[in-house]
Design a protein. Structure first.
Length: 126
């Protein structure tokens, strides 16, 4: 007896018995599984650094007396001071535009870029 167990009555399609294993009384089975997935367009906002106003950022940072702020401080403290200053000035919000990024192909959420490449490669060799 060969079993294919599924909680969906019509999910398993066209079962084929490929014969027994070499040293066993069990058979090898092949089947098609019909799976339905939800397709959702995923959009998120990301910063578009390629269109950032670098000159304006440099101008804002050039006004600050970094030598006075960093005088006799450790590297860790200097890093924290720098991060707080950047956050306080809100340079990202002021000078780096936001763009929408996401899937316009409406592919399933679990399909990664690597999976898409593998499918394309397989389909081109067929």
């Amino acid at each position: 007896m060969n079993l294919v167990i599924s909680d969906e009555p019509n999910a398993v399609q066209s079962i084929t018995d490929l014969g027994p294993f070499a040293s066993s009384d069990h058979s090898t089975l092949s089947w098609n599984l019909e799976v339905r997935t939800r397709h959702e367009a995923v959009h998120k906002q990301i910063l578009d650094y390629s269109k950032a106003d670098i000159a304006a950022i440099k101008s804002e940072l050039g006004v600050i007396d970094w030598n006075a702020l960093f005088a006799s401080q450790s590297a860790d403290v200097c890093c924290e001071i720098f991060k707080k200053k950047i956050k306080m000035l809100e340079l990202k919000a002021k000078f780096i535009p936001v763009k929408l990024c996401g899937s316009s192909t409406k592919k399933p959420l679990w399909v990664t870029h690597k999976a898409c490449k593998a499918v394309k490669k397989k389909m081109s060799s067929v």
